[in-house]
Design a protein around this ligand. Structure first.
Ligand SMILES: [Zn+2]
Length: 346
């Protein structure tokens, strides 16, 4: 069975329970970053799935995740599924309907969903389906449709083919044409409760503890999906700053210890361990495994280093890992780790 965001299981199974009586067009709306597109895709896959899973807890029949239809869906080639999005959101290596211009990479990518894209799916929307089941179209963000695209879509909304479900996704309802809005049934998706979001973040974020998840969520304005990105970006910024210090063995490591005093010790020891392991690997094979963006700096250090010193330092790091949860003095521990690092690589 496929994963569905926990706060959207109820709305999803509720809609799927009436899969045979669904309106032709649903307008899925709600706050930004709560997983509306994930919801639309999960719903599409569940409608297309040829062995949906029902049961007491799963009344609606959520996609099984393993049948032929689910496999095609996951690989992006289910014949009865299409997704329309603006060019700017399409990956370069994906060929999208109506966007076959080979020079597209060199041009400024459009933020709009254009009429050509709607025209390109005309056959898809009218010919009979391949698998004799539903046909599903997801459009997101729906407000990206320009006027002519929206007008072209209206025709489809007015004369829908049988067993066709169009899922429009938006967090800017007011920017949608009123005629489009009025032809869709609205589905307001809830944002998660704070505790639910924090728990989910801890499970799906970058190894955040409760306080970090709480803070990432706050900085992302309550949006758990944005918080994941945010936490990841913040983590990368901190990692880059720390390894920049490691890449210069002549750096002032007492000052560095002071500046990283407020950082997460767990992360720091991880960065040190992965860095040292990369230096060893670089020395032996010229490759790195963890800090791939620092391959050159690591190679520079590896050139002058003695492996026996590094191995001794590695075992000191393993010992340090045991004491990082209750350090008596964070700054002192950092100083020790960094000065020992300096001795190990100089
Ligand atoms: Zn399936």
């Amino acid at each position: 069975m496929i994963d569905v965001l926990p706060w959207h299981q109820g709305p999803l199974t509720g809609l799927l329970a009436r899969r045979e009586k669904l309106p032709h067009a649903l307008l899925i709306h709600g706050n930004q970053g709560i997983g509306k597109v994930d919801f639309a895709r999960a719903m599409a896959q569940s409608l297309l799935c040829e062995a949906p899973i029902s049961g007491e807890a799963r009344a609606g029949g959520i996609a099984c995740g393993v049948c032929d239809a689910c496999n095609w869906f996951r690989d992006g080639n289910h014949p009865d599924y299409r997704e329309l999005l603006p060019e700017i959101l399409v990956d370069d290596d994906v060929e999208a309907e109506g966007l076959s211009d080979p020079d597209v990479k060199d041009k400024k990518k459009s933020k709009e969903i254009k009429i050509d894209q709607i025209r390109a799916i005309a056959d898809f929307m009218t010919l009979s389906t391949h698998r004799d089941g539903f046909r599903v179209l997801v459009i997101h963000p729906a407000e990206a449709m320009n006027m002519s695209a929206a007008n072209a879509l209206l025709k489809t909304l007015e004369e829908p083919s049988a067993r066709t479900v169009i899922l429009l996704v938006t967090d800017q309802m007011a920017r949608l044409m009123a005629t489009i809005r009025s032809r869709c049934q609205r589905v307001l998706l809830p944002a998660p409760e704070n505790l639910e979001a924090v728990t989910w973040l801890q499970q799906h974020g970058t190894g955040l503890n409760a306080a970090q998840a709480e803070s990432a969520l706050a900085m992302a304005g309550g949006s758990p999906l944005d918080a994941v990105t945010f936490a990841a970006a913040e983590y990368q910024t901190a990692r880059k700053a720390f390894v920049a210090a490691l890449s210069d063995p002549a750096a002032d490591y007492m000052a560095a210890a002071q500046s990283f005093e407020k950082s997460d010790l767990n992360h720091i020891v991880t960065w040190l361990q992965t860095w040292v392991s990369d230096v060893v690997l670089s020395k032996m094979s010229g490759n790195v495994r963890h800090h791939v963006d620092e391959k050159q700096s690591i190679a520079n250090i590896a050139r002058h280093v003695q492996l026996t010193k590094l191995f001794r330092y590695e075992s000191a790091l393993r010992q340090a890992r045991r004491s990082i949860h209750h350090p008596l003095n964070v700054r002192l521990l950092l100083e020790q780790l960094l000065i020992s690092y300096q001795r190990a690589v100089k």
